[in-house]
Design a protein around this ligand. Structure first.
Ligand SMILES: Nc1ncnc2c1ncn2[C@@H]1O[C@H](COP(=O)(O)OP(=O)(O)OP(=O)(O)O)[C@@H](O)[C@H]1O
Length: 731
């Protein structure tokens, strides 16, 4: 494959295509103008009228605002392709579908079935397509056209052969300077990526692929594709997108809007439990323990511990009489509350009511006359309001928040010993910490597990109108019967989550603030890092188990993460999951791929087969130093050189990826420049034109970390070292 093949295969005039593209933009302008006029008309009406009229008007205003935002977002590269068919017809492919005022189609949405051939037709398997044309535009101007001739006879005459669809357009896209924001790839999606994007929405689709194979891009385009094809099903529930860090979410946050979609909620795992600050960092061994499935039983035991049976019966004086709080009554009332099936905090009311009934009965037996209903109710009120009785009942069924439950568990050795019997004493010691220590990422799934088992605190009950009806609960039961719940969610709480609210907030806004929201589909990026407990948390967010999961088991850095997909996926999805692989790296040049893979294979990482889409000269540089002390200044010097070079040209991103201990010094050494400095873990999922990797041996303490670091650059990898290079990287 040549390096700078360029857009040479141009046939047919730019002028003709420019006219078509002008027509499309003019239609886009008309539609935007119409929406703006309607919005202005609604705004002119002002806030008068009945509440019903007002909410209708608000709903329309939101509709037009969304439409305008969508039309704005598709401005760049509105149209990027044309297909010529065997029957002489042709049509244009673009970001959205457009028709003229008479409903004659002008532009076909890239996600429509007809557009599929744009991505999947090959010379060997052209279907009805004889020619695929890639249009490159800059602003509204067509700057190049490139044809893939798929008619076999014509192809033979030309003596051409292409492995990558629209190679010129693709190489131009891959060679573009990085801006720090991920762009969409809608104009150049390749066949193996297209097959993943358009795969049916059943069960879980796991996409394994080496670094730069487009997993993130594919996951985002699949989300847009699913929203387009399953609009009704997904719009009211939303699509959840999980990314590894806030930096990463910022990096990708343009992509879905540029595809005309705003219905996805993107967040980190920690963001799924509103109000929790999980900013603290902890030892990997502790995170690994917290990530194990057994921790679900530990949390359950900690909750159960709040349902206590005192050692002995206890008497309490009330209004000159004595009642006995009997162990047998407590045991019966607790059993009744558990049978009720509601979470701990909510079931407390059942326990308390039963105890009050039994204590009232004791009082009635002591009083020597017959009771009417009113007398009994009054007596019950006396019992309920008695301070000592309230305390005694509370002690046997203690309401607690998830945060307090975990803080107690981690800070009280006797509680931990009791709840975590399955852990070794050493493991329990590792979990111990002071009561006010801040939470970490690995605590989030445990907090979520606890929240699920505890439910709302007394007084914090859901509003009546949000409570599910018997039919909704039955439906939730059916869903659980069909998919199996693994004990993670009750039919009642599932039904409550499935119930659509009536608030006028967008789905994304409502979902964000509600821990119990369930989504129509979940997309997980860097999924190899998730622990079994994190997976439990995600499964609760999507009881129908409709998932797109992308990751690379060779890049796993979390010790609770996945190294072999079946091990993680089989218990979660049984047979309802499918593995697909992506095999071409679009990010890294061939020489960088060879260096990174050489290291990874020697380190025993489970690397995927990966070929690079581009060969660039001079893509790897190794600087060897005598003194470790020089590594930071040498790396900073190299980074500055590249950054200055980019400043003269069309821009470009430079990063130094350093071991944790050298990060602060490196930051100081590049202060005042745009150069990014990060650890390997922080660089996960991101990319730069040039990556300078400092002291790789120190990063390779966790081999997955170094594999991540080495695979970040799109143009050049610089390795700077004084310590010996790790095996496989040298030479
Ligand atoms: N078909 C394509 N056309 C143009 N660019 C592409 C294509 N596929 C991927 N890319 C580009 O390649 C780069 C790497 O893609 P992406 O980040 O999705 O890879 P990844 O597999 O998620 O990588 P990692 O495992 O390192 O996170 C991105 O800049 C992306 O835009």
């Amino acid at each position: 494959m040549s390096n700078e093949r360029g857009l040479t295969a141009e046939r047919g005039g730019l002028t003709a295509e420019q006219e078509v593209v002008d027509g499309l933009y003019s239609r886009l302008d008309d539609l935007r103008g119409e929406a703006e006029q309607r919005l202005a008309a609604i705004r002119r009406e002002g806030p008068s009228g009945s509440p019903q009229n007002r909410s209708e008007r608000d709903a329309f205003a939101t509709l037009y605002e969304d439409r305008i935002a969508q039309l704005d977002a598709v401005e760049d590269r509105l149209c990027f392709g044309r297909l010529d068919l065997r029957d002489g017809e042709h049509f244009y492919v673009g970001r959205i579908g457009l028709s003229d005022a008479e409903h004659v189609p002008l532009l076909t949405d890239w996600r429509a079935p007809a557009a599929r051939a744009f991505y999947s037709a090959t010379a060997a398997n052209p279907g009805p397509v004889v020619n695929r044309r890639h249009l490159t535009t800059s602003g509204r101007r067509v700057t190049a056209v490139e044809d893939d001739v798929l008619d076999v006879d014509a192809l033979r005459e030309m003596g051409a052969d292409t492995a990558l669809a629209g190679e010129g357009a693709l190489l131009a896209a891959l060679g573009a300077r990085r801006t720090g924001r991920m762009g969409d790839i809608v104009a150049t999606i390749q066949a193996e990526q297209d097959a993943v994007i358009r795969a049916p929405m059943t069960g879980a689709l796991v996409v394994q692929g080496g670094p730069g194979s487009g997993k993130t891009a594919v996951a985002l385009h699949r989300a847009a594709y699913l929203l387009y094809h399953h609009r009704e099903q997904l719009e009211s529930k939303g699509v959840l997108l999980i990314g590894p860090s806030r930096t990463f979410l910022r990096y990708i946050d343009h992509v879905l809007p540029s595809l005309g979609e705003t219905g996805a909620v993107s967040t980190t795992l920690a963001g799924l439990v509103p109000g929790v600050d999980a900013s603290a960092v902890e030892d990997d061994r502790v995170a690994q323990i917290k990530g194990r499935t057994e921790m679900a039983a530990v949390v359950a035991a900690a909750v159960k511990e709040r349902q206590r049976l005192p050692r002995a019966d206890r008497t309490i004086r009330i209004d000159g009489r004595t009642v006995t709080i009997r162990r047998s009554d407590i045991r019966d009332a607790q059993a009744k509350a558990r049978r009720d099936g509601r979470p701990h905090n909510e079931a407390r009311a059942v326990f308390a009511k039963e105890m009050i009934t039994r204590l009232t009965r004791q009082l009635m037996e002591q009083l020597d006359h017959t009771f009417g209903d009113e007398d009994r109710i009054e007596l019950e009120r006396d019992v309920r309001d008695d301070r000592n009785i309230r305390i005694a009942i509370n002690l046997c069924w203690l309401p607690v928040t998830p945060e307090q439950l975990l803080r107690d568990l981690y800070s009280k050795p006797h509680l931990l010993d009791h709840a975590a019997r399955g852990l070794t004493p050493d493991e329990r010691d590792l979990l111990l910490r002071p009561p006010h220590a801040p939470f970490t990422d690995a605590d989030v799934p445990l907090l979520d597990e606890a929240a699920e088992l505890l439910g709302e605190m007394p007084g914090g009950r859901r509003r009546r109108s949000d409570e599910p009806s018997a039919e909704e609960i039955q439906y939730a039961k059916d869903v659980l019967d069909t998919f199996g719940d693994g004990g993670m969610v009750t039919a009642e709480s599932l039904a409550a989550r499935m119930k659509g609210g009536t608030a006028r907030l967008s789905v994304a806004e409502r979902a964000r603030g509600d821990r119990t929201w369930t989504y129509g589909h979940v997309v997980v990026d860097e999924a190899q890092e998730l622990s079994p407990m994190a997976w439990r948390m995600l499964l609760r967010r999507c009881p129908t188990r409709s998932f797109t999961i992308v990751g690379d088991v060779a890049q796993t850095t979390a010790s609770a993460g996945t190294r072999w997909w079946p091990e993680t996926m089989d218990p979660l999805f049984q047979s309802s999951w499918e593995l697909r692989e992506l095999t071409i790296s679009y990010r890294i040049p061939a020489a960088v791929a060879a260096a990174a893979q050489g290291f990874a294979k020697r380190a025993g990482l489970p690397v995927s087969e990966l070929s690079a889409a581009r060969e660039l000269d001079d893509a790897v540089g190794i600087t060897s130093l005598r003194r470790t002390d020089d590594a930071v200044s040498a790396a900073a010097g190299l980074a500055r050189e590249h950054a200055e070079g980019f400043a003269d040209a069309a821009g470009g991103l430079v990063a130094v990826i350093a071991p944790e201990r050298l990060v602060a010094a490196t930051r100081a050494a590049v202060a005042g420049t745009e150069i990014e400095v990060c650890t390997a873990r922080e660089s996960k999922g991101l990319e730069f034109d040039v990556a300078v990797v400092v002291e790789p041996a120190a990063i390779a303490v966790r081999p997955g970390d170094l594999y991540v670091a080495l695979t970040r650059p799109t143009r050049r990898l610089e390795v700077v070292h004084a310590e010996p290079l790790p095996p496989g990287l040298a030479g």
